[in-house]
Design a protein around this ligand. Sequence first.
Ligand SMILES: Cc1cc2nc3c(=O)[nH]c(=O)nc-3n(C[C@H](O)[C@H](O)[C@H](O)COP(=O)(O)OP(=O)(O)OC[C@H]3O[C@@H](n4cnc5c(N)ncnc54)[C@H](O)[C@@H]3O)c2cc1C
Length: 465
Amino acid sequence: MHLVMIGGSDAGISAALRARELDPGADVTVVVADAYPNFSICGIPYYLSGEVARWQNLAHRTIADLEAAGMWLRLDTTARRVDVPAHKLLITPADGREELLGYDKLIVGTGAVPVRPPIGGLDGPDALGPGDGVHLLHSMGDTFAVMRTLEQAAPASAVIVGAGYIGLEMADALTVRGLAVTQMEQLPEVLPTVDPQLGALVHAELAAHGVEVLPSTTVQAVTRNTSGQPGRLHVHATAADGTAVTRAADMVLVVVGVRPDTALAAEAGATLGVKGAIAVDTAMRTNLPGVFAAGDCVVTHHRLLGQTYLPLGTTAHKQGRVAGENALGGNRQFAGSLGTQVVKIFDQAAARTGLRDHEAQPAGFDPVTIESQADDHKAYYPGSHKITMRVTGDRPTGRLLGMQLFGHKNAEIAKRVDIAATAIFNGMTVDAVSDLDLSYTPPLGSPWEAVQMGAQAWVRATQRL
Ligand SMILES: Cc1cc2nc3c(=O)[nH]c(=O)nc-3n(C[C@H](O)[C@H](O)[C@H](O)COP(=O)(O)OP(=O)(O)OC[C@H]3O[C@@H](n4cnc5c(N)ncnc54)[C@H](O)[C@@H]3O)c2cc1C
């Protein structure tokens, strides 16, 4: 059995590792467009900030580790075309010659590419690019380009276009590096994946660390600054009321989301689904015989919403593992995402899992969201922090639908959202969360865990409604 994976990031490598784990005799080849298989691109902001000293440290596993697991790595090799009936993949290694690689089963893990928004100066023959200090950020190649700008051009200021989680992590990273950062976001509040009430707390944390935050601001163009004033670039934007906003900066980072990289699969005849991602069933099968797909290039099966597109590293790992097992003839199902995610912004963290009101309503729920606060551990023990929670439940059934949290980075926000994710995954009611037997000691928690206090606040408030 010869399995071929296209893509050497979370999905492709997870698939390869699972296949080798299940069948040490399986012949597994991973075709990777660059030379950086199994790198934690989630860690890029922490290398760029200087907190992770060496880019090599971002490797989940080294090339030697991967080879020791028994996979063949074809690095700097691009998959060009899939001949589905012949079970052959056309690849071009770095030297440019074409080669046909036969496979029994193929797993497509081509991931996502960063969105290039329609901003003047980013496209066309005179487009500004890394050499001018204008960057997109997704791959290790992008990372090296940003690092070159940081080290060689020694920028004093940056404009970040976009205030999603990557934009926020980069605002933190560049501030830690000593740059003056302006963050522009076209939506009314930063971190639009949480309710604006929590977004406002994130906004305050950015401002407290000197980041100039400009929400409701749409960037129109980036140009070279020829005025002789500081800042080699000008960013031209428009505020919600139509006022022109211009900032000078030495570098510009455009991080406005990703889109699935599906050209190869689509050309081979793969059906596309939500947001143009490759349609797969929960076994990660595409419509093409012998072809599986996983990760940021595929639609996401969501436990509460059905099909959506929610590209996340945690999901890519799980889907890759399922694809690797099933490509060997297994019958594993991807159990579905809840979009659980967390981000650190300076000294605070924000997290969410499940649904917010506007997502739950179209899915047929009658959602109510109640905000409350609780201490992360007994307030009498030094170092306690308030956690702000927003619990979303379904009014008629009491089912827990979602939870959002904001609090200090040491307040276990990530693991607390995971309690909620586990409860939602298992279809629990908000009320039943209080029955969970959770741990307690005063320096680390409370007899009623904060998440349980949030659940109780929801039950109290909805009893009154
Ligand atoms: C800065 C940053 C921070 C992030 N932080 C988080 C986080 O904190 N938590 C989280 O859950 N997620 C995070 N993510 C998202 C997460 O990294 C992605 O969801 C995950 O990497 C997706 O993995 P993937 O394998 O599907 O695709 P990708 O990581 O996009 O990898 C695609 C792979 O396919 C290869 N490839 C593409 N086309 C070809 C071809 N034709 N031939 C050969 N190879 C090809 C690429 O070289 C690459 O190896 C972050 C992403 C970024 C950029």
